[in-house]
Design a protein around this ligand. Structure first.
Ligand code: URP
Ligand code: ZN
Ligand code: ZN
Length: 463
């Protein structure tokens, strides 16, 4: 099967040019003007952007969490991703007690294989860091194709500073990357207890119990550990102005710190927790939504390069029966996480590019090119000869009002209900296979089931 995409604006992280793109089989064969290939399918892309498919390196599909499961599996979750213009994901799975890293990877492969419709990889979550597991890091990086590891400074399964130091040192030695959920556990515990005594249990207290300084302190501490070990670190879902400031200061001193933020922290603010009828539960995620000052600071961080990646932290729970039931009387029992795997590209384009907060090329960088580099996805991240033909033909003028009924995630709400989008995927290709297309008033999935493949990732090669 071959495809010739004609006359679109081909956007890369470093520049944009009007060109044709010729795809043969699963690969991009050529990018250039007036290409003369005969193709099975010819796409007129005038007025469209031709983008590399987005890569979402932070998803939680079919993951046990807080007494329940995240509600998208690899089929529903990746169908939703494809419809939003995402063509690869790197999903998290936490170790079970006593489980090896290989066990984590193989267990998750069994869940994803035959179901995922786009390509996937995993970051093992290290929550039972026995000496054997620390030693196994080398194999995970070099043999399993999973060179990045998530650890938590919060939750019951957090690691202590001693383990973090060991993991940082070991990972750096073998070419891997530690990713950290950075919030100060004790600050949160203290405030939780205080609010409980005062009977403050509504969803807004989820945010109040996790103030910006909890993130700021944890990032500051993590930075010191990186300096001590001469290692490198990636902060997941960075949410606050103060946290960003810590990252910036460290980077300015030459410390190897990278960070991602997520659309929810760029677009939504703390006011959401006051939605009536326990509606604030929809936005209970950790870290929590912040105030407007943090939102604008994060856009600045993306522009200035202190934030290198945007990811979704897609961890969906239905509102009815999960978000509203489990925590009806107490914010601490609300499962943490929100849906977002489908809405990343449209939100970044609408709120970033169309509003002049982010250049188009920078959007491609933080959604795809930089992400591929950060996580060793060598065949992904650009529309260029030799790369996988993971391509989004994107209509920058297409209007779309986000509404749950037109999305594909296996939940009953979207945090972005009613928001007006400017710019939507017109066609989405995964390794040359058409998987999604705009149809009348929404994007529809048109791909084969189980098309996605496990991608072995390369060790960290510098950023
Ligand atoms: O609230 C969140 N973010 N849930 C998913 C787990 C995590 O901490 O990333
Ligand atoms: Zn986290
Ligand atoms: Zn997460």
């Amino acid at each position: 099967m071959s495809v010739l995409i004609k006359g679109g604006l081909v956007v890369t992280a470093t520049g944009s040019t009007t060109a044709d793109v010729y795809v043969e089989g699963e690969k991009v064969k050529a990018v250039g003007r007036e290409l003369q290939y005969r193709a099975d399918e010819v796409v007129d892309a005038k007025g469209m952007y031709v983008l590399p498919g987005a890569i979402d390196p932070h998803t939680h599909l079919s993951m046990p969490f807080m007494g329940t499961y995240s509600e998208d599996d690899f089929e529903t979750g990746t169908i939703a991703a494809a419809c939003g213009g995402t063509t690869s994901i790197v999903d998290f799975e936490l170790q079970q007690k006593g489980e090896s890293l290989q066990g984590v990877v193989e267990r998750k492969k069994a869940l994803a294989g035959g179901k995922a419709v786009i390509d996937f990889s995993f970051h093992p979550g290290v929550v039972d860091p026995t000496p054997a597991v620390i030693e196994e890091v080398k194999k995970a990086i070099q043999d399993y194709g999973t060179p990045s590891f998530k650890i938590f400074m919060v939750y019951d399964f957090r690691v202590d500073d001693g383990i973090m130091l060991k993991l940082l040192a070991e990972t750096k030695k073998h070419g891997g990357l530690v990713q950290v959920h950075a919030e100060n556990f004790y600050v949160i515990q203290y405030l939780n207890e205080l609010f409980a005594k005062e009977g403050k249990l509504a969803p807004i207290y989820h945010a109040k119990s996790r103030p910006n300084l909890a993130e700021e302190e944890a990032i500051g501490r993590a930075v010191k550990m990186v300096e001590l070990t001469g290692s490198r670190l990636y902060i997941v879902h960075l949410s606050s102005r103060e946290g960003l400031q810590k990252v910036k200061e460290a980077r300015d001193r030459g410390v190897e710190i990278y960070a991602e933020t997520c659309p929810q922290y760029l677009v939504l603010d703390e006011e959401r927790y006051n939605e009536p009828g326990w509606g604030g539960a929809k936005y209970v995620m950790s870290p929590p939504l912040r105030t407007r000052e943090s939102l604008e600071a994060l856009w600045g961080g993306l522009r200035g390069g202190d934030l290198q990646v945007v990811a979704t932290d897609h961890c969906p729970f239905k509102f009815k029966g999960k978000k509203d039931m489990f925590g009806k009387e107490d914010y601490k029992k609300i499962p943490n996480g929100a849906p977002g795997i489908e809405t990343m590209l449209m939100l970044l384009h609408t709120e970033g590019v169309a509003r002049g907060r982010l250049r188009l090329e920078r959007m491609v960088d933080v959604l795809s090119t930089g992400t591929a580099r950060m996580f060793g996805l060598k065949d992904k991240g650009a529309v260029a000869a030799g790369k996988d033909a993971d391509i989004v033909v994107f209509n920058p003028k297409q209007k779309f009002t986000i509404t749950q009924g037109k999305l594909h995630m296996n939940v009953d709400y979207t945090p972005y209900e009613g928001m007006e989008m400017t710019g939507m995927p017109q066609l989405v290709y995964s390794r040359g296979k058409k998987v999604a297309e705009w149809s009348v008033d929404r994007v529809k999935f048109v791909g084969p089931s189980g098309w996605g493949k496990f991608v072995r990732r390369e060790p960290f090669a510098g950023f």
